[in-house]
Write a protein that binds this ligand. Structure first.
Ligand code: SF4
Length: 269
């Protein structure tokens, strides 16, 4: 018997963070909890900055201000069920517009993009012993050139992923290696060109200071697939899936009633 498991690029960091939570969700053993205010702020910025960049590469640019309409609409009609907590929709809108504007002013002008938001064809990876992992994902951006935040890369192709959050700028970028590695694999196949420039994270901090920056993440495919000496993240995930034995990690950033559907009965927290 073959077991086929879909793994979204964006779920890899949380699978590694707490395999019990991440793999139970990937296998459909438990249901995702309602979305939260920070997640909605992040999704709204994703859509608005993509609208801004897309208009620019399509040759009919819109202003940062015009693109904020996307945020207003998104927060009014979120795609998922949302637990807003103490955050009002006005506050969510203000935070999203704050970092969106900084992205459009401080980051976007110094990067040349060739693709904005691209749904990629899934890739099947035969992991042996009857396990097939299907990698899926929607790519944020492919860039050709960047000259900002002490980064200078020219004449190539690389992935940029936008991340937002209250502490986005202080988190370690290495956490996103698995996700960027998947994007590189899928994008190389879809576009037929090598991703020869480093992966980038465009970080949008939704705290009151609205800090933004861009950092590079190198060797992402190596972290995903491994090398001659070490098993990569995918190999570790495959091993756990084959054994069906997942440990829990109570120091996970998602270990709370709000984010983990297994919280009530979990022996590890
Ligand atoms: S409660 Fe914590 S340790 Fe248990 S599965 Fe959820 S995140 Fe992991």
């Amino acid at each position: 018997v073959t077991q086929t498991v879909n793994i979204r690029a964006s779920s890899i960091a949380s699978i590694i963070d707490c395999p019990k939570r991440g793999l139970s969700l990937a296998l459909g053993l438990v249901k995702q909890l309602p979305s939260t205010a920070p997640a909605i702020i992040g999704s709204a910025c994703h859509e608005s900055t993509a609208a801004f960049d897309k208009a620019a590469i399509e040759g009919c640019p819109i202003t940062a201000d015009e693109a904020t309409q996307v945020i207003v609409d998104y927060i009014k009609h979120p795609k998922d069920e949302v637990y807003w907590g103490d955050t009002t929709t006005k506050e969510a809108e203000r935070r999203a517009i704050g970092v969106h504007t900084r992205y459009c002013m401080d980051i976007a002008p110094d990067i040349d993009y060739e693709q904005v938001e691209l749904t990629l064809d899934p890739m099947e990876i035969d992991c042996g012993d009857g396990l097939v992992i299907v990698l899926t994902g929607t790519l944020d951006r492919v860039y050709k050139e960047i000259r900002t935040y002490e980064l200078e890369y020219y004449d190539g192709h690389g992935i940029l992923d936008v991340k937002s959050g209250v502490r986005a700028c202080t988190q370690k970028p290495g956490k996103h290696k698995g996700q960027l590695g998947v994007y590189e694999l899928l994008a190389e196949r879809a576009l037929g060109v090598e991703m020869n420039l480093p992966g980038l994270i465009g970080r949008l901090q939704t705290s009151n200071q609205y800090e933004v920056d861009v950092v590079a993440v190198e060797n992402t495919k190596e972290a995903l697939i491994g090398n001659d000496e070490e098993t990569g993240l995918l190999g570790h995930i495959a091993r756990m899936l084959k054994s069906g034995d997942f440990y829990g990690n109570s120091s996970s950033w998602l270990c709370s009633e709000r984010y983990c559907p297994l919280y009530k009965g979990c022996i590890f927290r």
